[in-house]
Ligand binder design. Structure first.
Ligand SMILES: Cc1cc2nc3c(=O)[nH]c(=O)nc-3n(C[C@H](O)[C@H](O)[C@H](O)COP(=O)(O)OP(=O)(O)OC[C@H]3O[C@@H](n4cnc5c(N)ncnc54)[C@H](O)[C@@H]3O)c2cc1C
Length: 381
């Protein structure tokens, strides 16, 4: 008899819920996905023009290796979608002092055989004229990263799920009953299945009180920019930029595939709640621009197109939590500011483990970046 569950109920239509729905449905399970908002959801952690994929992961060899596997999962998805919703981009990491995350990433990348190019100030200025090299103590360029076109991916995944027969229900879940793999909706009716997955993004701590103290919602502000007149092409060809300076680093996403350029803050605010407003205040936008001003020569010539707040749920050590809630339910949360790249991979891993119960015990350690994937979870490279 097959171990593949006959039915699955998924709460949440962000990248995690949609990826899981896709992966579970493609192995023959009947899936119902419950989502309170439209998909793509403007309030969701997954909503935006872009999300980044890069191998640099500080000292974490497990997550670095997981990025390689994540590329394989994206490739499978692109093949099924019939389009590749990612633009290749190098990663330029900078810091105002030596050591730290940048040096750890460089060492880990090299140990794993990735090409990493060290750049001094003169080389930085020559290759990236939009950058000011002043105050940069260390920098490297690494390849094989990319800009994932997030909203387009969510819309395409939704279409793929519907084509696979996934039922998408627009409703708010008022309560989760993991023991019976069921949800109580706001209208008082219940939905249930053989297997339940809660992938509620920053709403998860509201729904599952057991997560209190383990993950917390965090308000993060991003600012969208139109590059200076005549410079769009040059900006679009820039690498993604990770400025890891301790005094206040930021990241820059180049304006690829018709999207605006974007800057944001690496640091977690750990403030706010998933139900809060998404409009950024002028002061919040100004604080993000101030982080980038010393590094981007032409920032003053850029047009600020807007700013918005996004909420994700932070796990203090940025470990992704994919954990059982009893025998028939799982939660996928704590994806912090780095989970999007792993969406399809985690979905495929969960689906595989649902069909092969012996693999389930290895899921939490793998997702948390603490253990290799259990043997047989991922297809051989
Ligand atoms: C500013 C920012 C930058 C980021 N940058 C990157 C990056 O460069 N690279 C990267 O890999 N990751 C990045 N991330 C992280 C990544 O986007 C998240 O890890 C990921 O999107 C989380 O997806 P999710 O599906 O868990 O959550 P969400 O997208 O929030 O989806 C959860 C869904 O559950 C629904 N839901 C919740 N409660 C209920 C309920 N009671 N009833 C019905 N529906 C409900 C919500 O409406 C929501 O649509 C970034 C995140 C942010 C905010």
């Amino acid at each position: 008899m097959s171990d593949i569950p006959g039915s699955a109920l998924i709460l949440g239509g962000g990248i995690m819920g949609l990826s899981a729905a896709w992966a579970v449905a493609r192995q023959g399970t009947a899936v119902r996905l419950v989502e309170q908002d439209p998909i793509p959801n403007p309030r969701g952690a997954s909503h935006d023009h872009h999300r980044l994929i890069r191998h640099a992961y500080g000292p974490s060899l497990a997550y670095l290796r997981m990025v390689e596997a994540a590329h394989g999962a994206w490739d499978l998805l692109w093949a099924e979608l019939g389009e590749r919703l990612m633009v290749d981009a190098d990663v330029l990491a900078l810091a105002s002092s030596p050591g730290g995350w940048l040096a750890e990433s460089r060492a880990a990348l090299r140990a794993e055989g990735h090409a990493v190019q060290d750049l001094g100030p003169a080389e930085l200025a020559r290759r990236f004229p939009a950058l000011s090299p002043d105050g940069i103590a260390d920098a490297f360029l690494a390849g094989r990263g990319g800009v994932l076109l997030a909203d387009r991916i969510l819309a395409a995944l939704l279409r793929r799920c519907l084509a696979l027969g996934v039922t998408v229900e627009r409703a708010r879940a008022a309560a989760v009953d993991p023991g019976h793999a069921r949800l109580r909706l706001a209208d008082g009716t219940w939905r249930k299945a053989e297997l339940l997955l809660v992938a509620a993004g920053p709403w998860a701590p509201r729904l599952l009180p057991g997560l209190a103290g383990r993950v917390a919602a965090s308000r993060q502000v991003t600012v969208f920019l139109e590059p200076p007149p005549g410079a769009r092409e040059a900006w679009a060809a820039m690498p993604m930029l990770l400025d890891l300076s301790e005094s206040g680093g930021f990241y820059l996403v180049p304006p690829v595939a018709g999207t605006p350029a974007k800057i944001g803050d690496h640091r977690f605010s750990c403030q706010g709640d998933a139900e809060d407003d998404r409009a950024a205040t002028p002061a919040e936008a100004a604080a993000i621009l101030a982080l980038a001003r010393p590094r981007l020569r032409d920032l003053g010539a850029c047009r600020v197109l807007g700013a918005r707040a996004c909420y994700y749920e932070v796990e203090p050590r940025e470990r992704i939590l994919l954990e059982p809630l009893g025998d028939r339910a799982w939660v996928l949360t704590g994806t912090s500011g780095h989970g999007f790249k792993f969406g399809p991979l985690l979905g495929l891993g969960l689906a595989r483990a649902m069909a092969a119960p012996a693999l389930r015990a290895g899921l939490p350690g793998w997702a948390a970046g603490e253990a290799p994937p259990p043997a047989g979870l991922l297809p051989a490279a």
